[in-house]
Write a protein that binds this ligand. Structure first.
Ligand SMILES: Nc1nc2c(c(=O)[nH]1)N[C@H]1C(S)=C(S)[C@@H](COP(=O)(O)O)O[C@H]1N2
Ligand SMILES: [Mo]
Length: 304
């Protein structure tokens, strides 16, 4: 398999320490932490490892946002089973050397799967920790060959009114669309997830493949992708089209920039229990060391 294509926009090419530590914490549990020398690690890394105890399979697969199946958190688990996910293909087009319809199996054959335990923070101020399985989006873009001049990546979710009861209502403009700047898209933290806890990703979580951008609000992580287009301008995004005052293009997790209708300073941990205190929300959802460079010199309140 071809190695990752690295544009000059991105310099951060190493596996972040907190991802590495958290992977160990899943394998060995908290007790293994001491054995791995975490006792001597800096306070921040210890906190990361402790905070990254993943949510249960039950939490992750029964409390969902997937509006094509309804707006109640339980609707996706009830209705997404109807979605036909095989055969599946992703059309990759726009500014690429090898545009075309890529079969899901052919994509998987060319990718290195790994586990990534990431914090997941919804713009609605709840959060989970999810053990995804997937591959770096950069590797998929490499398969298609990104051309000079591409600056952004646009994504589109499948639209099947017969299988998606939610799309009969104009909650959003369908199909659901999202976008990233190219340097965000090829950042090593940005993955396409195809599994959770090492099992195939359930339909309600975006089978057979969905985007995961852990430093951005959850709605950027578009599900059940059928099209990826390389462009030379910022693509339209569903939530921004629906309410540009409340949802920006960037949507980086930021405790200092409130949603117009609620604070983003804290979050409710799903599965934390009725009386568990709200957690402070971390800058870039805890991935500041890895991604702050992408936004150097940018006003993050203006570019929200
Ligand atoms: N196509 C599509 N993708 C989507 C959504 C959606 O409604 N439709 N919801 C987004 C939102 S708001 C969140 S928080 C996450 C939820 O992912 P999860 O259900 O796997 O936790 O998916 C995102 N991706
Ligand atoms: Mo969300």
């Amino acid at each position: 398999m071809a190695r990752r294509w690295t544009p000059d926009l991105t310099r951060n090419d190493v596996t972040p320490e907190n991802v590495y530590l958290s992977r160990r914490s899943l394998i060995g549990g908290i007790a293994a932490g001491a054995g791995l020398g975490l006792a001597g690690a800096p306070a921040r890394a210890q906190n990361d490892a402790a905070a990254l105890e993943p949510n249960s399979w039950e939490d992750i697969t029964s409390y969902n946002n997937y509006y094509e199946f309804g707006t109640d958190k339980r609707d996706p688990a009830r209705h997404a089973g109807q979605l036909t996910t095989a055969p599946w293909s992703v059309r990759i087009d726009g500014l690429v050397d090898r545009p075309g319809e890529y079969a899901f199996e052919d994509i998987m054959a060319g990718m290195d799967l790994e586990e990534r335990i990431y914090r997941f923070r919804c713009v609605e101020a709840w959060s989970m920790v999810v053990p995804w399985t997937g591959f770096e989006l950069a590797d998929l873009l490499d398969m298609a060959g990104v051309q000079d001049g591409a600056t952004h990546v646009a994504f589109e979710t499948v639209l099947r009114p017969d299988e998606m009861p939610g799309v009969s209502r104009p909650v959003l403009e369908w199909p659901y669309v999202e976008g990233l700047r190219l340097d965000e898209a090829v950042h090593p933290l940005t993955i396409m997830a195809t599994g959770i806890y090492g099992r195939d990703i359930p339909n309600q979580n975006g089978a057979p493949l969905r985007l995961v951008v852990p430093w951005k609000y959850g709605f950027k992580s578009i599900k059940s992708i059928v099209r990826i287009t390389l462009t030379d301008s910022e693509p339209p995004t569903s939530w921004n089209k629906a309410n540009p005052r409340e949802y920006g293009f960037y949507s980086n997790v930021n405790p200092n920039v409130d949603h117009p209708r609620w604070s983003q300073a804290t979050e409710r941990e799903i599965g934390g229990g009725l009386f568990s205190p709200r957690k402070p929300t971390l800058m870039f959802n805890g991935y500041e060391d890895e991604v702050a460079d992408l936004y150097a010199g940018m006003d993050l309140a203006e570019n929200f």
